[in-house]
Ligand binder design. Structure first.
Ligand code: GDP
Length: 643
């Protein structure tokens, strides 16, 4: 059998192209459009799922069904299925997930046809005519798009170019102002369609929102300058979009430049598991020039195409709710906030709460400053009438009256106070994740890994991947060279991940962010200790452990030796304090040459318990006589991590 075009297969199966594409998409088969080819096996699966000629017995399973699921659906013993699988050359555990075609082959042995149980999102509905307005229930809504990428690659220029060419025509002739988001209108397959762009470019905003639990973006546009290629923030943006499981469309920008090299960008993308469509993958790469307005229509079309695959819907008749995109105090009008409506239709006069702010909506404006009386799903509007300025990422809900709104807001203020007081106990630590794993509440451990050199990063990742993952999956969201940075913390914060570093430091902004976001950051000098901690966490075995707390640093300025051969380091305390009996690390340059304890601590002739910054002292480090002038002593203590 040969591969077949989607459109032909759709005809054969008496389905619409969109229906078939959506079904393929549900199965994880990438098929960009009706002209795409699907291989013979996939086509067969589709025939078996949707073919009308199949009179035989049908067994319904969910996507990702296991051997056990299929067995029980067919009323067959699971071990028997395993044996059958073995005879087909597949060694599978009872909880192994089956691909659709293996499930199909297996079922056919018993005379069954496998059909995919589609929940909530029936294939037929997915392809229902858009833009008809049936009485109620979820209806198609515009996609919400965020533009990300490296600095200077053209995010702002692209946002402006799209806004200026396609803005929804209004009576003020399209003079737009910045409210944090805007909508454009595009002619697509004979319909007027809208796309909502969040116009705070960059992943900092994206991640900050996600860290607060708000998922706003449906599709990420990754802007990569064709003359510059993939840079650090491009990689960060990729990590964020992947962690959020948001599909990526790549806009290869600045193709007007003489040194533009779009092919190089595509090759680079493959290194990050983003395989461009014309390299056989499923990532759409659209060459554009934001400056010369080239390729913008194609980009918008791909966004709508992707949106259709996702079948984005919201119910305009539901109780209105949304997310705050940005908010500020405006002199003269009080607090103003931009809301992206997510469900329902928001109206002037509605009573709302968002975070600790509440109020009756006095007026609503779109990005052209036009007054609106109502705003449906995916519409960004600026609202007036709130009691105070909410935070970006706060959700907005409609409530029945102003009194209720105020009560909820007041309760939240109270809760925030309590939460702040208890904040110490709230951060997500590896131990807490271990506990959740033990309780069966979590089946995934998410990690961000930083290492000093590429080799060590690879070694750490390699060893971690060898850990058994039958019970708990290990998800490495980022593995990169360099100190732990603020961006690592933000990624961890938005995904509930733990940051582990190998032979790296946590830079200052990252420290502050980790405190603020309450992120567990662990650094190790020995790979084995790192992998062991992760392994124990995965097994739910991690007992309360101790965390290193830095006490202070001292620089060795002299070396003495007593007649009995005891070596004393004459030190000057440069930071914090040095404490007798504390643990100590001796660093020479960047290398740690010894770890031990502060065995004795003297100031002039006296034994002292501790010595503060700016003082000189004599230190004996346990089991260490090789001290040299210039060595740095780092005193620390191991404190039990609170739960
Ligand atoms: P951002 O930091 O990603 O928002 O980048 P900007 O939109 O501020 O663009 C950075 C610079 O690249 C500006 O000088 C733009 O004029 C320029 N630029 C943006 N897009 C293009 C393009 O398509 N072609 C050329 N030649 N320059 C561009």
């Amino acid at each position: 059998m040969m591969s077949i075009r989607v459109s032909e297969l759709a005809k054969e199966l008496e389905m619409s192209n969109a229906e078939l594409l959506s079904a393929l998409n549900d199965l994880g088969v990438s098929a960009p459009g009706p002209a795409a080819m699907v291989d013979a096996d996939t086509a067969q699966v589709m025939r078996e799922m949707f073919g009308k000629k199949n009179g035989g017995k049908v067994v319904e399973v969910e996507a990702g069904a296991t051997v056990k699921d299929l067995a029980s659906a067919m009323g067959v013993a699971a071990p028997e299925l395993q044996k059958k699988l073995m005879s087909m050359g597949v060694l599978a555990a009872i909880n192994q997930r089956l691909t659709m075609d293996v499930a199909q082959k297996l079922a056919s042995v018993y005379g069954y046809t496998v059909r995919l149980k589609v929940e909530q999102k029936p294939v037929a509905v997915a392809a229902a005519p858009r833009h008809k307005a049936p009485g109620g229930g979820p209806q198609p809504r515009p996609p919400v798009v965020t533009i990300m990428g490296h600095v200077d690659h053209g995010k702002t220029t692209l946002l402006d170019a799209i806004r200026n060419t396609n803005v929804v025509a209004g009576e003020f002739g399209g003079i737009t102002q910045h409210i944090g988001a805007y909508q454009v209108e595009v002619d697509y397959e004979g319909h007027k369609r809208r796309i909502t762009f969040l116009d705070t470019p960059g992943h900092a905003a994206f991640t900050a929102m996600r860290a607060r639990g708000a998922s706003v973006t449906d599709i990420a546009i990754l802007v990569v300058a064709a003359d510059d290629g993939i840079m650090q923030q491009t990689v960060e943006a990729i990590d964020h979009a992947k962690a959020a499981e948001v599909p990526i469309i790549v806009a290869i920008n600045k193709i007007d430049k003489p040194d533009a090299n779009p092919e190089r960008v595509k090759t680079q993308l493959t290194e990050y598991n983003l395989v461009p469509r014309d390299y056989g993958g499923d990532v759409e790469c659209v060459p554009v020039s934001a400056k010369q307005k080239i390729g913008l229509d194609e980009l918008l079309e791909y966004i709508l195409f992707q949106a259709d695959l996702m079948d984005l819907r919201a119910d305009p008749h539901a109780r209105p709710s949304g997310v705050i995109i940005e908010a500020k105090q405006r002199p003269g009008s009080g607090p103003v906030a931009t809301v992206l409506v997510q469900e329902g239709t928001l109206r002037v006069g509605d009573n709302v709460v968002c975070g600790i702010a509440y109020g009756k909506i006095r007026a609503m404006m779109n990005e052209r400053g036009e007054r609106l009386t109502k705003a449906g799903p995916a519409t960004p509007v600026e609202i007036l009438g709130l009691s105070t300025v909410p935070d970006a990422g706060d959700t907005l809900e409609e409530v029945k009256d102003e009194r209720t709104a105020r009560q909820i807001a007041e309760q939240r203020i109270q809760q925030r106070r309590t939460a702040r007081m208890m904040a110490g106990a709230q951060r997500i630590t590896l131990e807490q994740i271990a506990e959740r794993i033990r309780q069966g509440e979590t089946k995934e451990l998410r990690l961000i890994i930083k290492g000093d050199v590429q080799g060590s990063v690879e070694a750490v990742v390699g060893q971690l991947q060898q850990l058994p993952q039958d019970e708990v999956k290990l998800k490495i969201l980022r593995s990169a060279v360099g100190n732990v940075s603020e961006d690592d913390i933000m990624l961890a914060s938005s995904t509930g991940a733990v940051v582990v570093g190998f032979n790296v430091r946590v830079d200052n902004p990252a420290h502050a962010a980790a405190e603020r976001e309450r992120i567990d950051v662990r650094t190790y000098q020995i790979i084995y200790e790192l992998t062991e901690a992760v392994e124990r966490a995965m097994k739910g075995l991690l007992a309360p452990v101790f965390e290193e707390v830095a006490l202070g640093k001292a620089e060795v300025r002299q070396r003495f030796q007593t007649p009995r051969g005891v070596v004393i380091a004459g030190c000057y305390v440069t930071e914090g304090k040095i404490v007798r009996n504390a643990d100590v690390r001796v660093r020479r340059g960047r290398t740690v040459i010894h770890t031990g304890k502060i065995e004795s601590l003297r100031h002039l002739k006296d034994d002292v318990r501790e010595m503060a910054q700016g003082f000189e002292c004599g230190v004996v480090v346990s089991d260490f006589s090789d001290v040299q002038v210039g060595d740095i002593l780092e005193a620390y203590e191991m404190r039990q991590v609170e739960r």
